[in-house]
Ligand binder design. Structure first.
Ligand code: PLP
Length: 427
């Protein structure tokens, strides 16, 4: 309700007091390789500075991509009941299975992977896709080589740097050494020219894509799976936005025949049911996916999950199960449908102003082109003149330069107001 609450988590690094004492522990050199800050905390910092400068401005956040709409009641009721039951002798439960509750794993398999050859025990329930991306990096270790779409969701590159898979950041080309950046721009329909992509062990691929909003076609994903097979690579497919697909495009990599031998998939309830704060996701690791020595990847992932994670919250899992009931699925489609209407409003606005606008149709992100301009400069201009927070495209990789991402996660009043301000600025 027009509240200007700012999420300040992770914004400022703890102030370093000037004391003479230091420990004898050397800083992890991989962390020192990271750039100024994770993109979104950096934006939050700029937003906080803007709010200090304009304390009375109504700042509209269409940047970070956090959900705003309430969780459907059929889902929160199930979580409340589970929470209440924890206070009873009969309903109490402690540690659960590290891989997730059997019923939820089965429901995920049958809801999202029906007839795709994925079984209940291929599903590992998590506290969100982001945590699983880092766990997957631990699984692969520091010696693997990595490819990412350029631009891409920053967690892939940053977790790779932290694990020590990369060289130093090279300022001149705005890339980390030893990462293969697969350029995705309007010229190639946001799908990399695989004939120009070097072989890597791991290929991160997100579709529908954050930030470009584009979704790969069946033909394109067939090419990707073939490319991985030819090279003996593993695809880490991120389907966090699969429910936003409207066109006839795959919602899972496992729709592509043979993908189970070369791919695993991370996904999440965050953007389907407003679970960004509840925290629940999953990773599919098919039994057929094997290392070069024939050992199943799933067995090692199970080991990582048991070592580094004690399973998702039982309350969150009760919510997940409710999401996958018939009423829950209907409610999730309504949440997704609401954000898709927002997306259309934003797309229509930028189209009417004469911009080239991408994404939006199969994803809650609109990718607006400002040819010849710096993304951070446009981000700054929009913030200064309209008090709307967007995300600079270059923050997602060098090929994002000249673009700005506008997120459709917002309440309707804010989205309409932001679009009105965009129209005034760019008329
Ligand atoms: N993957 C992509 C592509 C995302 O955009 C996000 C969140 O914005 C995530 C993963 C993280 O999802 P979760 O909230 O499940 O950690």
């Amino acid at each position: 309700k027009g509240s200007s609450r700012v999420a300040v988590k992770c914004v400022a690094s703890p102030s370093v007091e000037q004391t003479a004492y230091t420990t004898k522990v050397a800083r992890n050199e991989n962390l020192a390789k990271l750039q100024a800050g994770y993109l979104f905390p950096e934006i939050a910092r700029k937003r906080a500075a803007h709010m200090l400068k304009y304390p009375d401005a109504k700042v509209i956040p269409l940047g970070i991509g956090d959900t705003t709409e309430r969780i459907p009641e059929v889902i929160t009721t199930a979580m409340a009941e589970r929470a209440k039951a924890l206070s009873t002798k009969k309903g109490y439960s402690g540690y659960g299975a590290e891989q997730g509750e059997k019923q939820l794993r089965a429901a995920i398999a049958s809801t999202f992977y029906q007839n795709l050859g994925i079984e209940e025990d291929d599903i590992f329930v998590s506290d969100g896709a982001k945590s699983d991306i880092s766990r997957l990096q631990v699984l692969f270790g520091s010696k693997v080589s990595m490819a990412v779409q350029d631009p891409s969701y920053p967690a892939y590159v940053d977790s790779s740097v932290i694990l020590g898979q990369t060289g130093l950041y090279q300022k001149d080309v705005e890339r980390f050494a030893k990462i293969e950046y697969m350029r995705c721009t309007p010229e190639n329909d946001f799908f990399p020219d695989l004939s120009n992509v070097a072989r890597t062990d791991i290929i991160f691929f997100c579709s529908p894509n954050n930030p470009t909003g584009s979704a790969a076609s069946r033909e394109q994903l067939t090419q990707l799976v073939q490319f991985a097979k030819d090279n003996g690579s593993i695809i880490v497919y991120d389907s966090a936005y699969a429910m936003y697909v409207s066109e006839d495009k795959p919602r899972s990599i496992f729709e592509i025949p043979g993908a189970e031998e070369v791919a695993l998939e991370v996904s999440s309830f965050s953007k389907y049911a407003g679970f960004t704060g509840v925290r629940l996701g999953w990773t599919v690791v098919p039994k057929q996916l094997k290392y070069s020595d024939g050992f199943p990847v799933a067995n090692d992932f199970n080991r990582i999950v048991c070592t580094a994670f004690n399973g998702a919250s039982n309350i969150a899992q009760a919510g997940g199960l409710a999401c996958l009931s018939p009423e829950g699925i209907k409610a999730m489609h309504e949440v997704v449908g609401f954000y898709k209407e927002n997306t259309k409003i934003i797309m229509d606005t930028f189209n009417s102003l004469g911009f080239n606008v991408y994404g939006g149709v199969n994803a809650p992100y609109v990718w607006v082109h400002f040819p010849g301009r710096s993304s951070w400069e446009v981000f700054g201009e929009i913030l200064e003149k309209t008090h709307v927070v967007t995300t600079p495209g270059s923050g997602f990789g060098p090929a994002g330069e000249g673009f700005v991402r506008v997120s459709a996660f917002g309440n309707r009043e804010n989205v309409l107001e932001a679009c009105k301000r965009f129209k005034e600025l760019y008329k």
